[in-house]
Design a protein. Structure first.
Length: 439
């Protein structure tokens, strides 16, 4: 019985003295899908705008409350983001060709040729993805002034071999080492310390914002409770009824009957409440007699949400950035290496690359994952032991990479010497009657 050969066709070998490396996965398809989605969204926005321009005045939709405009703006921003990110992915390197004189870094929409004579420095760095947390290795090629000529990310197959070959070829072309480990570690340490200072400033600012949001939410919540318990209602004069963009606003003048104190204020209104005030001369206002400046218009957007939500959000932000500020102040950072979360000091740097991922298992491999057949050492005249859990006949000869192995007869082994089997003495048959035995 013959089996079909499932061996993939071999790729054409590179020219003599040239090496080729390619990335894993299919970033081109991902970039094309993102670009197509962004273009579709942009076309929808353009079509909507064209329909509004060409429509007759009587058929144009009435001025909306901002939801349609907001949706259009959101679709436009998302389309721009998808187009930009799709083009960025299509420009990322997907192939690297190394020859004796140059390295060619190719993307779907980019191509860069860098002679080895221009590569004076090599930098090992880390870069993060847009939606990922773990950082990947990056090899940066720079000239004598430190200007970046190109970079190779860790998503290349056999990235460790690629880094080693780039270092070897660039050093051979210039006659001097292009990767200075001590200088590189010092550069990365200085950069991490600068990042620590910026992170301290950022965490301090965000902690202050969280505390301010907590205080403001608590103040608004207390004011709301006082207005509900101690406030009184009065009629204020409606001075102005207008729109800002698509939001309704009013201006009113409140006079306290007890003290005669006058308060003027502008308020942003809910759309339905604002429409009800169209053409009105007065508006109902609830205020504190002890402090007329503290007031609220019935239907004002000020109380659209509970201030306690702002208190909860402020406390959460304060706790998060306060913890980050504490770790940064004592000199520790949270890092992910080899898929594990670890705490490291800002002055700890290394240039070790991430461990290479194991190759995928072969098809039609006999035995469980990781099983290695033992060498052929059968007992007297027996067969090689089967793999554990399998009852297939043993394989003789070198195994084929795919498909069934060619049949080879088992070798013949000499049998061990055996002692002769003793035989019983034989008696002659009796003579027939009338015959005599002659000696």
């Amino acid at each position: 019985m013959t089996y079909p050969d499932l061996t993939p066709p071999p790729s054409p070998p590179p020219p003599a003295g040239e090496s080729r490396y390619e990335v894993t996965g299919h970033p081109g398809w991902t970039g094309a899908a993102l670009l197509a989605g962004g273009l579709v969204g942009a076309l929808v926005i353009v079509w909507r705008f064209a329909m509004l321009l060409t429509a007759a005045p009587s058929t144009r939709p009435a001025r909306d409350d901002g939801s349609v405009s907001g949706m259009a703006g959101g679709v436009g921003a998302m389309s721009f983001f998808l187009i930009a990110y799709g083009v960025t992915m299509l420009r990322r390197p997907v192939r690297a060709r190394l020859s004796d004189t140059e390295i060619v870094i190719e993307g779907h929409l980019s191509r860069r040729t860098i002679p080895w004579s221009k590569v004076a420095q090599l930098r090992r760095d880390k870069q993060g993805t847009l939606f990922g947390v773990e950082k990947t290795d990056v090899l940066v090629l720079a000239d004598e002034n430190g200007k970046e000529l190109g970079r190779l990310a860790g998503n290349f197959r056999n990235f460790h071999e690629l880094v080693s070959e780039v270092e070897r070829r660039s050093e051979a072309a210039r006659g001097a080492p292009t990767y200075n480990r001590d200088a590189e570690l010092a550069r990365r340490k200085a950069r991490q310390l600068r990042q620590r200072r910026w992170l301290l400033a950022g965490c301090t600012f965000l902690l202050a914002m969280g505390l301010a949001a907590t205080g403001w939410g608590f103040y608004e919540w207390r004011t709301q409770r006082r207005l509900a318990a101690e406030g009184v209602e009065a009629q204020a004069t409606l001075d102005r009824h207008y729109l800002k963009s698509v939001t309704g606003w009013i201006e009113f003048t409140l006079t306290d009957p007890a003290t005669g104190k006058t308060v003027k204020r502008s308020a942003m209104m809910d759309r339905n409440a604002w429409e009800k005030l169209r053409g009105q001369k007065q508006v109902t206002v609830r205020y504190l007699p002890s402090d007329p400046e503290t007031n609220v218009v019935v239907g004002e957007d000020k109380w659209a949400g509970s201030p306690l939500l702002m208190v909860v959000l402020g406390l959460g932000l304060s706790a998060l950035f306060g913890l980050a500020l504490l770790f940064t102040a004592i000199g520790y950072d949270v890092d992910i290496k080899d898929g594990k979360v670890r705490f490291r000091r800002y002055d700890e740097v290394d240039d070790a690359l991430e461990p290479a991922k194991p190759p995928p298992p072969k098809l039609f491999a006999m035995g469980p994952a990781g099983y290695v057949p033992p060498p052929y050492s059968p007992p007297y005249g027996g067969y090689a032991p089967y793999p554990p859990g399998y009852s297939a006949p043993p394989v003789y000869g070198p195994p084929a990479p795919y498909g069934a192995p060619p049949y080879a007869p088992p070798p013949q082994y000499p049998m061990p010497p055996q002692a002769p089997t003793p035989q019983a003495p034989q008696t002659p048959p009796p003579l027939p009657p009338g015959s005599s035995q002659q000696g």
